[in-house]
Design a protein around this ligand. Structure first.
Ligand code: FES
Ligand code: FES
Length: 213
C-alpha cells in the first residue's frame, strides 16, 4: 500500500468518525458520563388480511409498508411492477375492490379486508383475460415492464366507462361516456410506457372496448 492509500484511508476514517460524532450530537465518551443515546423508535407492525386474487392472505407488516411492497416483497407477486414509487408512472396499478389504484401510494394497512386483483389474478397463459389476449394480438408491449399496470388500469378504466364515470376529456360530463380515441387516451394517461407502445396499447384496449381507438 503506498502513501497515497494510507492518506485516503485515514481521511475516510476521519470523516466517518466526524459523521458519527455529529449524528449522535455528543462528544465521544459522553455515554459513560450518563448522556442519553439516540435510540431507534420501536417498529410499529399490524396484522393485515387481504383477499388477493381470490385467496385470503394475512401478513404481519410494518405499518409503513405500501400495498405494492406487500404484494411484491411479502407475497412474491412480482407481476405488479415498481417504476417511480411515487404515483407518476402507473406501473404498479392493481384493482382494489374493482377500482384501479396505484399501489405505491396506498399503505397495505389502509386496505384491510379489501379484494385486490393483480395481473396474476386476471388470467392465465392458458386462459388469458380478454385484455391480455388483445395486448398479445396487437403487440401492445415491447419490454413489457409497464404492461401489467396498463392491463389492470384498462380493466378498471373500462369499468369506469360502464359506470358512467366522466373523464377530463368528456364534453358533457352528465352524458353516458363514449370511449372515443381521445377519451381512451385521456383515461389511460396515468400509465406511462417508456417503450412508446401507446398506439398498439390503444388498439388492444379499443378492440376489447368495442371502440375504434
Ligand atoms: S410505481 Fe406506482 S405509480 Fe409509479
Ligand atoms: S413496453 Fe416497455 S415500458 Fe411499456
Amino acid at each position: 500500500m503506498d502513501s497515497n492509500d494510507d492518506l485516503s484511508i485515514s481521511r475516510r476514517n476521519l470523516l466517518l468518525a466526524s459523521a458519527a460524532t455529529a449524528a449522535v450530537g455528543v462528544p465521544a465518551g459522553s455515554a459513560a458520563q450518563g448522556v442519553p443515546q439516540l435510540q431507534e423508535p420501536p417498529l410499529s407492525t399490524a396484522r393485515v388480511t387481504l383477499d388477493v386474487n381470490g385467496t385470503a392472505r394475512t401478513l404481519e407488516l410494518d405499518t409503513r409498508t405500501t400495498l405494492l411492497d406487500a404484494l411484491r416483497e411479502h407475497m412474491h407477486l412480482t407481476g405488479t411492477k415498481k417504476g417511480c414509487d411515487q404515483g407518476q408512472c402507473g406501473a404498479c396499478t392493481v384493482l382494489v375492490d374493482g377500482r384501479r389504484v396505484v399501489s405505491c401510494l396506498t399503505l397495505a394497512v389502509m386496505n384491510e379486508g379489501a379484494k385486490v386483483t393483480t395481473i396474476e389474478g386476471l388470467g392465465t397463459p392458458a386462459r388469458p383475460h380478454a385484455l391480455q389476449a388483445a395486448f398479445v394480438k396487437h403487440d401492445g408491449f415491447q419490454c413489457g415492464y409497464c404492461t401489467p399496470g396498463q392491463i389492470c388500469s384498462a380493466v378498471g378504466m373500462l369499468d369506469e366507462v360502464k359506470r358512467g364515470v366522466p373523464s377530463h376529456a368528456a364534453e358533457d360530463i352528465v352524458a353516458k361516456p363514449l370511449l372515443s380515441a381521445a377519451e381512451l387516451r385521456e383515461r389511460m394517461s396515468g400509465n406511462l410506457c417508456r417503450c412508446g407502445a401507446y398506439s398498439n396499447i390503444a388498439e388492444a384496449i379499443g378492440e376489447v372496448a368495442g371502440a375504434k381507438a
